[in-house]
Design a protein around this ligand. Structure first.
Ligand code: ADP
Ligand code: MG
Length: 238
């Protein structure tokens, strides 16, 4: 288990500073939801925590260790992104066990993890299927399961439900909440769906143009928005 401590984070693409001196402390075990308009830097922030892009300034600590320049594999994080490409020729079981297999985790331990994640995500009867034989929601569950078997302390989700229809979104929202209650891991979750933010978040971060506008519980940000931007953004229909 671990928290994430971000200090003075700056990310530039050429001359374009997309994250501007951002400070953020994600508490161990919390479900932090990042909200903000398209292009405000939510994905960039997640990618920097994951180690997929270089930072231009500042620091990122995960579980107390300085991970600012660490390789992605060293960071102890699991990721689920919007475009959840599964390996089409592999079964669900092979897709889920791929990461730990490459990392050299012992076979019995991999089997234990896959069985546990499959149970939690109701994938047990589907383990021998190929991705093409699954529905969109089932595929998305496999993508979540694949992240879970890494048994990371921190999970990053980038709009994981945005490609799904409303009914599936509601179902997976419930499953994600249960999962978090069971695992107690740290979640950093990007969405533009306000229902997701309200139901999942322990705290919500509202961003605009690479700057945090407000951090608070769902009740705090909805009932006492810090400024007109937050009030307008949250008031707008999703
Ligand atoms: P969000 O996820 O909040 O919609 P992003 O983090 O994807 O926003 O993007 C923030 C800004 O950074 C956008 O203006 C985007 O065009 C720019 N950006 C993101 N990735 C890159 C990149 N690899 N190269 C150049 N600009 C980028
Ligand atoms: Mg994005």
């Amino acid at each position: 288990m671990s928290g994430v401590n971000i200090q003075g984070l700056s990310i530039k693409f050429g001359h374009n500073e997309v994250i501007k001196g951002l400070d953020l402390q994600v508490h161990e075990g919390e479900f932090l939801v990042l909200l903000g308009p398209s292009g405000c830097g939510k994905s960039t922030l997640l990618h920097s925590i994951a180690g997929l892009i270089d930072v231009s300034g500042g620091s990122i600590h995960i579980g107390g260790a300085d991970m600012t320049d660490a390789e992605p594999a060293e960071r102890g994080i699991g990721m689920v992104f919007q475009s959840y490409a599964l390996y089409p020729t592999m079964t669900v079981e092979r897709n889920m066990s791929f990461g730990p297999r490459v990392a050299g985790v012992p076979k019995a331990e991999i089997e234990r993890r896959v069985a546990r994640a499959a149970e939690m995500l109701q994938l047990t009867p589907l383990l021998s299927r190929k991705p093409a034989q699954l529905s969109g929601g089932q595929r998305q569950r496999v993508a979540i399961g694949r992240a879970l078997v890494r048994e990371a302390g921190v999970f990053l989700f980038d709009e994981p439900l945005s490609n799904l229809d409303a009914k599936l979104r509601a179902e997976l929202r419930r499953e994600l909440k249960l999962l978090h209650q069971n695992l107690g891991n740290t979640m950093i979750y990007v969405t533009h769906d306000q229902v997701e933010a309200m139901t999942l978040a322990s705290r919500i971060v509202v961003m605009k143009s690479g700057v945090i506008q407000q951090i608070g519980t769902p009740a705090e940000v909805y009932e006492t928005p810090a400024n007109l931007f937050v009030a307008g953004f949250l008031g707008a229909p999703a």
